[in-house]
Design a protein around this ligand. Sequence first.
Ligand code: ATP
Length: 202
Amino acid sequence: MKTGVLGGTFDPPHVGHLRMARLAQAQLGLDRVLFVPCCQQPLKGTLPVASAFHRAAMVALALAGKDSWLLDVRELDRGGISYTAETLEALATAYPRDHFFLIVGGDSLRTFRQWHRHPDILVAAELAVVPRGTAAADLGELPKKRIHTLRGRHLPVSSTQVRQRLAQGEPVPGLVPRAVAAYIQRQGLYGSGRPKAGRRID
Ligand code: ATP
């Protein structure tokens, strides 16, 4: 089975994440994509804003109706700093017959050589890179055959942008799936309990 692994903070999940899975699945013929929310991202200097519970719940809502897209909570269960190399090892043990593709944005590829045990990551999985409007990464000595750049225009959306809009009481139409927008509003996440003039956020 060809399995995509899409790790992220998902704080919150947005349409850019879903598009990454769609592009990778279509262009690499993936049988399924595992969405893996991290506990703590090693290179992000800050902790996630929403709790692990809320981020997992939002990813589950974002994936509803997509049978081949699955939530995998092993990094949240493991706790602490989430190292992708460890996650891929655990996945290889859980699914020994699978061939793994790690799906990342172009910005992540630029920092890839700083990732913990990055050579091991490239042994455990091939990389599927989704353009994100950043300059091409310097791949140096990395094995180019294991790195696939997917075709597709950059979708300019980020979790930071979504959080900022919500904190200002702005709507986020088309930036997050509707069910995620409804959940954020119900739970009052990211300061969305204070929408301008009681506006809906989706
Ligand atoms: P934040 O704004 O909080 O830093 P983010 O939008 O980058 O978050 P993450 O969950 O941290 O989202 O990202 C998970 C992965 O998805 C990373 O590899 C990131 O590069 C990639 N990614 C996120 N948004 C996009 C996008 N719009 N296009 C391409 N890749 C993306």
